[in-house]
Design a binder for this molecule. Sequence first.
Ligand SMILES: [Zn+2]
Length: 115
Amino acid sequence: MAEHRQRVDASRVEMVRGLADTTGCRRQYLLGYFGEELTEPCDNCDTCSAGTATTLEATDGEFAVDTAVEHAEWGPGVVMRTEGDRVVVLFETAGYRTLALAAVREHDLLRPRAA
Ligand SMILES: [Zn+2]
């Protein structure tokens, strides 16, 4: 009994941590945790207000086409297309670049910028 409670507590900690860390809509995150689906960001929580929810997590972490992004080294660009685990971005100065989404996520390479 105690062990089960510990596991549940641990998963709650994980859930809250993920909720704190997510750049997506927090309401979507929470509803997802409870097995419900919210197809659109709620437009009412802090990440929705900040604009990160719609640009990143709404497409399940993928970068949607036409998303305006900013790269630390290459500056501003626009997402041209996604190809499986890659995203192709046209940068204003660096031209077309293909980035691995795993690396983008891991190193936070692309940030959405206000359109
Ligand atoms: Zn929201």
